[in-house]
Design a protein around this ligand. Sequence first.
Ligand code: AMP
Length: 214
Amino acid sequence: MKIIMLGAPGAGKGTQAKQIAAKYGIPHISTGDIFRANIKEGTELGKKAKEYMDQGALVPDELTCDLVMDRIQKDDAKNGFVLDGFPRTIPQAEALDAALTKAGEAMDYAIDVDVPDENIVGRMGGRRACLNCGATYHIVSIPPKKEGICDNCGSELVLRDDDKPETVQKRLNVYHEQTQPLIDFYKGKGILRSVDGTVPMDQVFESIVSILGE
Ligand code: AMP
């Protein structure tokens, strides 16, 4: 099963993507996580990506597309994958489409986790991330067991630079301009499904499971 998660930054698509990956036994591929891992390791890609990420801008397509195309060809992605944060632009979606068509394949579902902008701004200020293992929390809805400390690895949790209020509005603008058009793109392909992302997380997941099947 090949799934794309769509939705504004902070809509909860990452949390849902991780649960989908666990339930259906497919890898969770997050371009944001891949960029953050590169930043942490100090790679050339990480250095370039950070300049854009810190400003709430998108990393250029030419740095993003090849990375994903290589990743989806790995052995663990043979039976499918869930893409989280990719594609984010029409050219990225077209590149993905072309690569899959060439391999005689196609995406199965694009799931849009729908949350209005008003809800997003409040949510993102409460997000906390572990820069060591990539786990994410929310001070209200998914708190860590011990405040400020990652449950998985014991590292300190931080508010990511790109989750700071001044950057969030910029990311929302970028989302509306560049990523929202993907909703019509996938509607046109007949694979778009929308779920209400304002309800509690386990209910969002139930709606997704009812689309994907048990
Ligand atoms: P995320 O963790 O998905 O919210 O991504 C964090 C940041 O990484 C975004 O605000 C972008 O700067 C960058 N990023 C992640 N995925 C992409 C993508 N598909 N295209 C361009 N930039 C991306």
